[in-house]
Design a protein around this ligand. Structure first.
Ligand code: PLP
Length: 346
């Protein structure tokens, strides 16, 4: 059987020999005591890269986002976010369970909220109503197909947030994808927000881990919350070493993932039964809409492709998602396109 072309997510990458060497050689200590030099190095490094005062290493993007929400809010507060965003839809009701906040989800433009959308939702200070406290944004936007948040739109939201004394959290699980695709530094976005989550375990290719960055006081609060959630880790420098390796070696190469995603979108564009939009494929995520006129439904296509060792993921009614990453190359993409063509072309 041929090698699997796994396009289900950019989380499926496996650490290569150089990253494994970095893991094996990592200097470690008990990080709950603040003794792990490799974790401290990673936290300093990431904070500097995103232009924030401090950063915290967490096991997952979910814990990073949810810790941020708890740290920014009081029980009963309201947060505003896009209706398709990850921390609202795919983090197991975290805002309700951990932070005891209510969520007002607004239909954004390709996942991006505008200043006006936010302004209209901010409530007056009134004891009958929740206190609007936090706005959460996502860049790149997973559900919207890896779309990049326009800097100017985010600047507008940031201004409104400041005017109303709201906090702004950015779920930048794939923020480096956005930066590489636009050719600008991540600080173009991070300078506009109070806190940011960055995942090391997605396009950057580390086996585990996410970073939460923000002001020192906020990160110290987040450290307590992480401990309460059971996320205090001990000799975790072995994982931090993989994160350092990823930040040092895997950022510029994200451009290859974007080129491969575009190649995939262009290859699928004219296949009968599919609606794929190369011009909307800005980073490493390709959304594949399966038309009602298609020979196979999305579910059937998913199963048939899996039989041919091409793995995609289901992404809602009649929609599939493909994500490129460092374990798939151009030849794999061409094989995936060919497999789709054979199934769908008349
Ligand atoms: C935009 C976004 N934020 C957060 C997460 C959560 O990351 P994790 O799977 O590490 O909890 C994901 C995961 O896919 C994501 O796509």
């Amino acid at each position: 059987m041929s090698r699997k072309i796994d396009l289900r997510s950019d989380t499926v990458t496996r650490p290569g020999p150089a990253m494994r060497k970095a893991i094996a050689e990592a200097e470690v200590g008990d990080d709950v005591f603040g003794d792990d030099p490799t974790v401290l190095k990673l936290e300093r490094m990431l904070a500097e890269m995103v232009g924030m005062e401090a950063a915290l290493f967490l096991p997952s993007g979910t814990m990073s986002n949810q810790t941020a929400i708890v740290a920014h809010t009081q029980p009963g507060d309201e947060i505003i976010c896009d209706v398709g965003c990850h921390l609202y839809n795919f983090e197991s009701s975290g805002p309700a369970v951990h932070a005891h906040v209510i969520v007002t989800a607004v239909e954004g433009h390709h996942g991006a909220l505008t200043a006006d959308m936010v302004r209209r939702r901010i409530r007056p200070i009134n004891m009958h109503q929740p206190r609007t406290r936090l706005v959460c944004l996502e860049n790149t936007h997973n559900r919207a197909g890896g779309r990049i948040y326009p800097v100017e739109l985010m600047r507008g939201v940031s201004t409104v947030a400041r005017e109303h004394e709201l906090r702004l959290h950015l779920d930048g699980a794939r923020l480096f994808n956005a930066a590489i695709a636009r050719g600008i530094p991540v600080t173009e976005w991070t300078s506009l927000v109070d806190s940011v989550n960055i995942c090391l375990s997605k396009g950057l290719g580390a086996p585990i881990g996410s970073m939460l960055a923000g002001p020192v006081e906020f990160i110290e609060r987040a450290r307590w919350i992480r401990k309460r959630m059971g996320g205090g880790m001990r000799q975790v420098g072995i994982l931090a070493a993989a994160g350092i390796y990823a930040l040092q070696n895997h950022i510029p190469r994200l451009a290859e993932d974007h080129a491969n995603a575009r190649r995939l979108a262009e290859g699928l564009f004219d296949l009968p039964g599919l609606d794929v939009r190369p011009q909307e494929t800005e980073t490493n995520i390709v959304i594949i809409r399966v038309k009602e006129t298609s020979r196979y439904s999305a579910t059937e296509l998913l199963a048939l492709l899996a039989e041919k060792s091409v793995l995609l993921s289901a992404f809602g009614e009649g929609v599939l998602r493909a994500v490129t990453h460092l374990d798939v190359n151009e030849a794999d993409i061409d094989r995936a396109v060919e497999a789709c063509r054979k199934l769908l072309a008349a």
